[in-house]
Design a protein around this ligand. Structure first.
Ligand SMILES: [Zn+2]
Ligand SMILES: [Zn+2]
Length: 343
């Protein structure tokens, strides 16, 4: 089968012929991939800045944001059958450790992360994972373009869900970065809370996109009037919550500059550094939250919102073999929404 693989730092992803995966464990499933989303984490891996350290050595197949149809099942799999359309939680978890018992999938002591930790991912015609990662899709949902919900969507959902207790009518949420995650984040804040949503991005077309998705207004941090214009629009105090889907370059400074006293800086994107004087934490009583993907339950709840039509992915489709071009387009900011590879 064809697969797109990480073959070394600073090399483009390589389209290669590899063995089709087979069921090895009784809880394994092999999924015929319908769509695989292209994530900034893939770029971090290609650039030698993998999120999991020590970085797994090449080669391995990228892709941790996958949908498809069940192709084969292990002997203990009873909840799905061959042919079922599914979306896949990015992690494989053990189900037995205390974190798993608590529903904290991303804290699992024995977790695997196909496409990220060196295990082969879904930039391929087929993927092996565990039935524990499988969320069946509702009838009539075409799997390919839902792939971004498996990672971009679940992560945005997890981040929004965790700040919901702070969001009241009139609260202000700043969504920083209107990309693959941010465009879903705007919709989720709108549908899950009564808060006002302000979008922040450098690109005017992304700010217009955010307004079409329900943001009240867009702001560019490069605008000479920023952050004064943002503060004024917020009512003077700034944002109750900043959801930072960028997490690099100057995004921490932008976020902390518009956060009100007692506000929450919720970090989702990564790659940069965060330096905050402790006195600012004290006098402003700022809270900070890191977000790493989300739990199985987050994905189930998100797919229910998708089924109800309350959140929709904007997907730009590429053939699987065009993965290098999709990655380049993401690097250059040419993807509005999320790039999805179609085998
Ligand atoms: Zn990702
Ligand atoms: Zn576990």
């Amino acid at each position: 089968m064809r697969a797109v693989r990480f073959v070394g730092e600073h090399a483009p992803p390589a389209v290669q012929e590899v063995e089709k995966p087979v069921v090895k464990d009784s809880l394994d499933v092999v999924v015929r991939i319908a769509g695989a989303g292209v994530c900034r984490t893939d770029i971090h891996i290609l650039d030698g800045a993998a999120p999991l350290q020590p970085a797994p050595p090449p080669p391995f197949t990228l892709g941790h944001e996958n949908t498809g149809w069940i192709d084969a099942v292990g002997s203990a799999v009873s909840t799905v059958s061959v042919g079922d359309p599914v979306i896949l939680h990015p992690a494989i978890t053990c189900g037995l450790c205390m974190a798993c018992r608590n529903g904290e999938d991303m804290y699992c002591a024995a977790t695997r992360f196909p496409g990220v930790d060196g295990m082969d991912g879904g930039y391929a015609e087929f993927l092996r994972t565990s039935v524990r990662a499988v969320v069946p899709l509702a009838k009539g949902v075409a799997p390919a373009t839902q792939a971004p919900l498996a990672d971009a969507g679940i992560t945005a959902y997890h981040a929004v869900r965790r700040v919901l207790p702070e969001l009241h009518s009139g609260s202000v949420v700043a969504v920083l970065g209107i990309g693959g995650l941010g465009h879903i984040g705007v919709q989720l804040v709108r549908t899950m809370s009564p808060a006002r949503v302000f979008a922040l991005d450098l690109a005017p077309e992304r700010l217009e996109f955010a307004v079409r998705l329900g943001a009240e207004r867009g702001f560019s941090p490069a605008d000479p009037g920023f952050p004064a214009n943002f503060m004024k629009a917020s009512g003077g105090d700034g944002a109750d919550v900043v959801l930072d889907f960028v997490g690099e370059q100057n995004s921490p400074e932008v976020a902390l500059g518009i956060l009100r006293r007692g506000g929450t800086y919720s970090i989702v994107g990564y790659g940069g550094k965060l330096t905050v004087p402790t006195v600012a934490m004290i006098t402003r009583e700022i809270r900070m939250l890191g977000n790493f993907v989300g739990n199985y339950r987050d994905l189930v709840e998100l797919m229910e919102l998708q089924r109800q039509g309350r959140v929709a992915v904007s997907a730009k489709e590429y053939p699987l073999t065009q993965a290098p071009r999709a990655v380049d387009d993401l690097r250059q900011g040419k993807v509005l929404g999320r790039a999805v590879l179609i085998p």
